[in-house]
Design a binder for this molecule. Structure first.
Ligand SMILES: [Fe+2]
Ligand SMILES: [Fe+2]
Length: 174
């Protein structure tokens, strides 16, 4: 996804979210009028969406899981026990759900290439995936990131931005 040198990690993550939301809208538009057979055009659009997720979204998840969430864990020590319901635990769980739904969606697309009767499953799993993404993005942008900006110290935010730059701004890492 487009990375700017001027934005901090939270702004970049939210920019990624906007790009994912735009892709999800394109996908949902496909489902609102799914043709009775799998055309080459539809197949290309579905594959384009899968490729976008593979190339862009998993790197975003990885950054959140490896760099952002551990910083936040320190601010919610009691809530991260296995049975408690801290906000970071919920986000981690949602990442797992999204990854699982993505696999089911991928599988449905593969099945539909052999038999378009599986098109209904493509729509079902695609809608579930889009819904899970929308909820997750909303939660991060409007709840957890806002909270995080208040909780993290300047030093923690500086470290976070450094990792972001190393991960996504190759021009800065040299
Ligand atoms: Fe995110
Ligand atoms: Fe996330």
């Amino acid at each position: 996804m487009e990375k700017s040198l001027e934005l901090d990690a939270f702004e970049q993550l939210s920019l990624d979210h906007q790009q994912v939301s735009a892709k999800l809208s394109e996908l949902e538009a496909l489902f609102s009028d799914l043709p009775s057979e799998l055309s080459t055009e539809l197949e290309a659009k579905l594959k384009g969406f899968m490729q976008f997720i593979d190339e862009e979204v998993w790197a975003h998840f990885h950054f959140e899981e490896e760099s952002l969430f551990p910083l936040l864990d320190a601010h919610f020590p009691g809530e991260n026990a296995p049975v408690a319901g801290g906000p970071v635990r919920v986000l981690r769980e949602e990442h797992k759900i999204i990854r699982r739904l993505f696999q089911r969606f991928e599988q449905a697309i593969r099945s539909s290439q052999a038999d378009w009767k599986a098109g209904a499953e493509v729509r079902l799993t695609g809608v579930q995936l889009a819904t899970a993404f929308h909820k997750h993005i909303y939660k991060e942008d409007f709840v957890v990131f806002r909270l995080a900006k208040n909780l993290l110290s300047e030093e923690e935010r500086r470290r976070l931005n450094e990792v972001w730059d190393r991960s996504f701004n190759p021009r800065k890492s040299t």
